[in-house]
Unconditional design. Structure first.
Length: 426
């Protein structure tokens, strides 16, 4: 482990824009290696991350995700990522995949160093939930939780990682808030080891929580601002090159505003996201050119909380943010990937139980209908996904052509059957 008091945690997130195998460059060094290199400056000796969490959104074309065809792609990503992080580990560490989970296009893989966390991690659990229409999985979240006991035999601490994709488009702020509330109520895990209750636990019932992904909150620039409106996007994009302007314009970030109100991400902290440029919406194939179809925004984010964080000090945290940035060189998506390197405190002495995040407001409770909603959504996913996939197959890759071919076939059949008075083909 990094040292006796902290774990070094690397988090990476990328919306690959439904690009399937084309969505991820073969060379992952620009995305996953910077944090590995930075870790060498943290002390006199080189350090490798103890935990590496990698999240994807829009992992593959939607009809393939809805029909549950993401397994092979995720396996390929697992091998690719593992090879990259081991090849670039400053201390030549070996890593183990603790777990992976995918729902439609939202995926999460968590790796841990063999010589530390991977050797001791236990109670590894994965979960998923959909927050799209009728709880479908085109939007939603996946999560992974595990426990690391103390070396002295105590229960230790739990670590919960959540990768999410919330509702898009600037005016749909309330939908994003509803998505978050649905996720906190339905992304449920089994009771903690020392619990006397048989009730499931929420993502807040943990010692440390990391919530990241394409959260889709936008810059909501007021009409009185000189750069309001789509006609000013070009000027806004140019202004984002300047750090002072980004620090000023961040005050119109929907996520920051709602978090201050306490409507979402209660108790979670975040690094200085305005230190890097907005991660969306870029022209595909371009390193530094925004599309004029959308107002540039920090849609991709990484937030976190520790049981040592005090509700009375919302701007401070026991987790040290060592690095938080985007990677402009990736051009296969209209999003840029983001990375963070965090120092998280860990328990070194056995306690009476597992420490949990401190409450920052009304209690977050499990939704009693969570499973009904989740599996209703998944059933719709599969029905729509298989129909869509079949139409794409008929249309040689295009569902629109597939629908056209179906109508042509039905019309031809009806014409053929009507050639005889009895309705029998002649």
């Amino acid at each position: 482990m990094a040292n006796d008091e902290n774990l070094l945690i690397q988090i990476a997130s990328y919306n690959t824009n439904l690009q399937n195998v084309e969505g991820l460059p073969q060379d992952l060094v620009d995305w996953l290696s910077p944090t590995l290199r930075v870790s060498g400056f943290l002390s006199n000796s080189k350090q490798s991350p103890d935990i590496i969490a990698v999240g994807f959104q829009e992992l593959l074309p939607l009809h393939l995700g809805l029909s549950g065809r993401s397994t092979q792609l995720l396996q390929d990503r697992e091998k690719h990522i593992l090879a990259s992080i081991e090849a670039n580990s400053p201390t030549q560490e070996r890593y183990t995949l603790l777990g992976k989970v995918v729902n439609v296009g939202v995926a999460l893989l968590v790796f841990a160093v063999d010589s530390g966390v991977a050797r001791r991690a236990c109670d590894i659990q994965t979960q998923w939930t959909g927050s799209g229409p009728c709880y479908m999985g085109n939007k939603g979240a996946v999560g992974l939780r595990f426990r690391v006991p103390t070396e002295s035999g105590g229960l230790g601490e739990t670590y919960t990682f959540v990768c999410a994709h919330l509702t898009a488009h600037a005016p749909k702020l309330q939908r994003r808030i509803d998505d978050y509330r649905h996720i906190t109520g339905s992304l449920l895990f089994p009771p903690l080891p020392n619990s006397t209750s048989s009730q499931p636990t929420t993502i807040y019932d943990t010692s440390h929580m990391f919530f990241f992904g394409d959260l889709n909150f936008r810059l909501d620039i007021p009409q009185t601002h000189a750069l309001h409106g789509h006609k000013q996007i070009t000027e806004l994009a140019s202004a984002l090159d300047h750090s002072k302007f980004r620090e000023e314009i961040k005050e119109y970030d929907q996520l920051l505003i709602e978090k201050r109100k306490g409507t979402v991400f209660q108790g979670l902290r975040e690094g200085r996201f305005w230190d890097f440029k907005c991660t969306y919406k870029y022209i595909q194939g371009e390193v530094n050119r925004y599309s004029t179809k959308r107002v540039p925004s920090w849609t991709d984010r990484i937030l976190y909380a520790s049981h040592l964080d005090s509700p009375q000090q919302p701007d401070t945290t026991a987790i040290t943010n060592l690095l938080y940035t985007s990677v402009p060189s990736y051009t296969t998506s209209d999003h840029k990937p983001i990375i963070a390197l965090l120092h998280a405190p860990r328990l070194t002495a056995a306690g009476e139980g597992i420490p949990l995040l401190q409450s920052t407001g009304p209690a977050i409770t499990p939704d009693p209908y969570a499973n009904l909603k989740r599996y209703s959504g998944r059933t719709l996913d599969r029905i729509i996904g298989y129909i869509w996939w079949l139409l794409s197959l008929i249309g040689a890759g295009s569902s629109i052509v597939g629908i056209f071919n179906c109508f042509v076939s039905i019309g031809a059949w009806r014409w053929w059957t009507l050639q005889s008075p009895s309705g029998t083909p002649v």
